[in-house]
Design a protein around this ligand. Structure first.
Ligand SMILES: NC(=O)c1ccc[n+]([C@@H]2O[C@H](COP(=O)([O-])OP(=O)(O)OC[C@H]3O[C@@H](n4cnc5c(N)ncnc54)[C@H](O)[C@@H]3O)[C@@H](O)[C@H]2O)c1
Length: 360
């Protein structure tokens, strides 16, 4: 994915560490909190950045643009309260002080995180350490975007935070699953050892506009295939279950978790507890798109979880959070997004068109 970032940022990436003075962060008067979002150019990150800016905070987005893109942030325009830095979170960095850090940097879809598994482990583990060092140095509160994948192929259903999981440590998904598990370990060790104020969100499958059409995740795959009139590829029998959370609900949950008191000292599941089979989802998408696509079945990938549903009682009681957007409504918005994206006359125009739609 091209970065298109200023050349001096790209040059900085080659060094193991670099330093920006806090004055470089925002040339205007500081307002609200100073917040670092790693992975801020990705799907979830860009929605989070947008929400934080909208509530009066200044944001620094650190991203290496491996799966994210400048286009995801372009509609926010040139502004004093947003700085974008092209950097690999697995390399140490010092960009001055922050009040809060959201650590989202990491490819999230299996084809992307498996393409370079060693880099994925580095991103999860070294990235967490680097972010925690910044939080420790500047006394920032720090939130880790963890994942339901830490539960692996679960033997307990629905998954609650006290379940330790069933993860294959040497399979092709392990770079992500074990990387994220080790990141959680680091977060709680920094809290115990250095009194860093940490939050850990275990995010379940989230979808919405700005997912990449080539992302390889089930919702975007099905919608893109249905809109193109291609066969819908279901892996396995389609009886495996998933829970799907719309992006605005998830962003709301992340911010509530960040704002929660220090007594919220354990991971918190964030996801939509509605449970659907993958086959149900395929049928829903075909019907909503009005597509003539057929469903074809392919072998289940290794270590693919059979069931997934969050127990969100912790998020409900401790954060007063629950998802509000139904799967039907969230899918409708996501289908509109991909419809516009795919009907663009040339690939160069796709993201611009999508943001035009969002601006309407
Ligand atoms: N979307 C989901 O369903 C979901 C579920 C569970 C957890 N998560 C977590 O949420 C976070 C964001 O996921 P997403 O869906 O937005 O994925 P995404 O791939 O769209 O975004 C990830 C962002 O991180 C950046 N990135 C990757 N490696 C980096 C590195 N080494 N240094 C700096 N930046 C790097 C990418 O360029 C991208 O902008 C990830 O940590 C992911 O594990 C997402």
């Amino acid at each position: 994915m091209s970065s298109g970032s200023p050349s001096h940022f790209r040059q900085q990436r080659r060094h193991a560490s670099f330093s920006f003075s806090s004055r470089d962060f925002s040339t205007g008067a500081p307002k609200g909190k100073r917040i670092l979002v790693t992975g801020g150019a990705g799907f979830l990150g860009s929605h989070l950045v947008e929400r934080l800016l909208g509530t009066g905070h200044s944001v620094l987005c650190l991203d290496n643009f491996s799966t994210g893109t400048h286009h995801n942030l372009r509609h926010l325009g040139e502004r004093n309260d947003l700085t974008i830095v092209d950097h690999d979170v697995a390399l140490p960095f010092d960009l001055g002080s922050f009040d809060e850090i959201y650590n989202l940097a990491c490819p999230a879809s299996p084809p992307h995180y498996q393409a370079d598994p060693i880099q994925t482990t580095k991103t999860c583990v070294l990235g967490a350490m680097n972010v925690l060092e910044v939080a420790r140095k500047y006394n920032a509160r720090v939130l880790q975007a963890s994942t339901s994948e830490i539960y692996g192929d679960p033997n307990v259903h629905p998954q609650r935070e006290t379940y330790w999981g069933n993860v294959n440590p040497i399979g092709p998904r392990a770079c992500y699953d074990e990387g994220k598990r080790c990141a959680e370990t680091l977060f709680f060790d920094y809290a115990r050892t250095y009194d860093v104020s940490v939050r850990v969100a275990r995010i379940f499958n989230t979808y919405g506009p700005r997912m990449r059409p080539d992302d390889g995740r089930v919702v975007s795959n099905f919608i893109v295939q249905a809109l193109r009139g291609e066969d819908i590829t279901v892996y396995g029998s389609g009886e495996q279950t998933r829970s799907f959370c719309y992006v605005s609900d998830l962003v709301d949950g992340l911010i509530r978790l960040m704002d929660s008191p220090d007594s919220v000292d354990a991971p918190v599941n964030l996801g939509n507890p509605g449970e659907f089979t993958v086959g149900n989802l395929a049928t829903m998408v075909i019907n909503m798109v009005g597509s003539r696509s057929s469903i074809v079945y392919r072998p289940l990938p290794i270590d693919d979880p059979r069931q997934r549903r969050p127990d969100i009682s912790q998020a409900k009681t401790r954060l007063d959070w629950h998802p509000k957007v139904s799967l039907q409504d969230g899918l409708a918005k996501t289908i509109d997004y991909f419809d516009l994206l795919l009907s663009a006359p040339a690939p160069r125009a796709t993201h611009e068109l999508a943001h035009e739609m969002e601006a309407r």
